[in-house]
Design a protein around this ligand. Structure first.
Ligand SMILES: CC(C)(COP(=O)(O)OP(=O)(O)OC[C@H]1O[C@@H](n2cnc3c(N)ncnc32)[C@H](O)[C@@H]1OP(=O)(O)O)[C@@H](O)C(=O)NCCC(=O)NCCS
Length: 151
């Protein structure tokens, strides 16, 4: 397994395809303030992704696109990729990490996240492409939000 490698503009299509396979949001992946990484197996196949969007103040980070290929799950890669994004967001200046997750709440709770109102996330990350999309499509009301401090 390779270490997570940064996704540049030429890699966004590949990331989008992987996220679609994992049933995650694919919009705004190339928006300003976004950073993504992918992991590959020995044959070069994408097996994981991770990333975040940073608020303009850099105080808040929206962790996004943490995903593992279905046949590579339950072996610790998801935790590794989540911690990678959390560390990178902290290094970029973020003091708080936020995310949406309807299906994987217990996974995030293990990493110190607590459930918060979606409106708190939307206020902290008002300019995030994912928040804008969720507002426009009505998904914000149905979303499940999580947050933790980064200290
Ligand atoms: C969530 C996801 C990234 C976890 O990846 P993974 O490689 O299986 O995670 P890990 O192997 O590091 O799992 C760590 C622990 O969390 C648990 N866990 C993993 N996914 C879970 C989930 N969806 N719900 C509850 N617990 C979960 C595992 O059982 C494991 O517990 P254990 O150590 O007691 O066995 C993966 O299931 C996935 O890609 N899901 C689809 C995309 C998604 O929902 N992403 C999160 C939103 S950004």
């Amino acid at each position: 397994m390779s270490s997570p490698a940064p996704v540049d503009s030429s890699g966004v299509a590949e990331l989008r395809e992987f996220l679609a396979e994992c049933d995650l949001t694919t919009s705004g992946l190339d928006a300003p303030g976004t950073r993504y990484w992918i992991s590959r197996d020995e044959r070069g196949r994408v097996v994981g992704s991770t990333g975040f969007e940073l608020s303009p103040t850099t105080c808040d980070a929206l962790i996004r696109s943490v995903a593992v290929a279905s046949d590579a799950r339950a072996a610790g890669l998801g935790t590794e990729l989540a911690l990678f994004a959390i560390t990178a967001a902290r290094d970029a200046g973020a003091q708080r990490a936020w995310l949406f997750s309807r299906r994987s709440g217990p996974f995030w709770q293990r990493l110190g996240f607590e459930r918060v109102p979606t409106e708190s996330l939307a206020e902290a990350l008002a300019e995030s492409p994912q928040v804008a999309l969720f507002r426009a499509t009505g998904q914000l009301a149905r979303g499940v939000a999580w947050a933790r401090t980064l200290s």
